[in-house]
Design a protein around this ligand. Structure first.
Ligand code: R5P
Length: 320
């Protein structure tokens, strides 16, 4: 999309670097909201005075993650602050004016690099909360469109009555792997990642296969034995997310026992919980993730281009 205007891309305290990179890719302006914590850890958000005009003059892209939990509260406060500014509600106890302006209408687009709480999307047992559906309802209140990067199961957003763009960082991961790992073989560690991992294999033009995984509990998984033609090969296991690392470690052991020369792990969302990096380093030659989770120590691939594709598509669909 060739827009003459420089739209504001705003961030809070978590995704400042990614938002700045996204703004740069789009040729737009990055605005950092004032986002901090009170001493008791509660969040505070304000649209700074010098960003008010920008936030009101064009559609605004809000980059906010819903992980960890602090991210959810900050995202909600950012959306509320931007909604107030765009609807012209600037009343304040200091009496700084103008306090009331016109409502500039729709145009709040939320770009979520990592959608936390997407796992619990069904009520498996009586009495459980369907967390994904609650988080979606909360976020939906003030948005006109949503962009989500590599959502594990897009069906969690089925009930959201707002336009959504699902984007993937697999093209960026493929480019990165080609230049830095040069794999001969791409493996999906389970059936759920087949579409993403095979996309990477096609882009790199190398062999592909997948494993069948059964999850016993959050920390235990089993892979069905499978003969893979990986003798002497450099293999990259590609998944949407790595959490404990259990899935990757098991898959890597299977590959190495079948003669793979090197095994690498690549994913969009590097959650790396509970010593995952230390565990992974014992099983694979390299761990490569995007920056969708800002604090992740293996954020080697920028997800800004993927989000930029989503922003352009959504603005075109919404005719904003
Ligand atoms: C689940 O199907 C996901 O795609 C990942 O494979 C999973 O979340 C990875 O979890 P962990 O690293 O704890 O095995």
């Amino acid at each position: 999309m060739n827009r003459g205007e420089r739209l504001p891309v705003v961030s809070g305290s978590i995704d400042g670097n990614l938002a700045a990179e996204l703004a740069k890719k789009l040729g737009w302006e990055h605005h950092a909201l004032v986002a901090r914590r009170f001493p008791d850890s509660e969040a505070y958000v304000r649209v700074p005075v010098n960003s008010i005009e920008a936030v009101r003059s064009e559609p605004v892209i809000v980059v906010a993650t819903t992980f960890p939990d602090d991210g959810i509260v900050e995202a909600l406060l950012m959306l509320e602050a931007i909604h107030d500014v765009r609807t012209g509600n600037l009343t304040n106890l200091k009496g700084e004016g103008p306090e009331q302006l016109d409502n500039v209408g729709p145009g709040i687009i939320l770009a979520v690099p990592y959608f936390g709480y997407s796992r619990q999307d069904k009520r498996f047992q009586r009495g459980e909360v369907v967390s994904a559906s609650l988080i979606v309802r909360l976020l939906a209140r003030h948005i006109d469109g949503l962009i989500v990067l590599d959502l594990h199961a897009p069906s969690v957003l089925d009930n959201l009555e707002k336009p959504i763009e699902f984007v993937s960082a697999m093209p960026e991961i493929a480019d990165y792997l080609k230049s830095n790992v040069n794999p001969d073989f791409i493996l999906s560690p389970d059936k759920g990642a087949i579409e993403r991992a095979s996309h990477v294999a096609n882009l790199i033009d190398c062999k592909f296969s997948y494993l069948e995984k059964t999850r016993i509990d959050a920390h235990t998984i089993e892979h069905k034995p499978k003969d893979l033609d990986v003798q002497g090969a450099v293999v990259a296991i590609v998944d949407d997310m790595i959490s404990t690392g259990g899935t990757i470690c098991k898959a890597s052991d299977a590959l190495l026992s079948q003669g793979a020369k090197e095994v690498h792990a690549a994913c969009t969302h590097g959650l790396f919980t509970g010593g995952a990096i230390t565990r992974l380093d014992e099983h694979v030659s390299g761990v490569h993730a995007t920056d969708s989770i800002a604090s992740n120590p293996r954020a080697l691939v920028s997800s800004a281009s993927a989000l930029a594709r989503g922003v352009n598509n959504l603005l075109e669909r919404l005719n904003l």
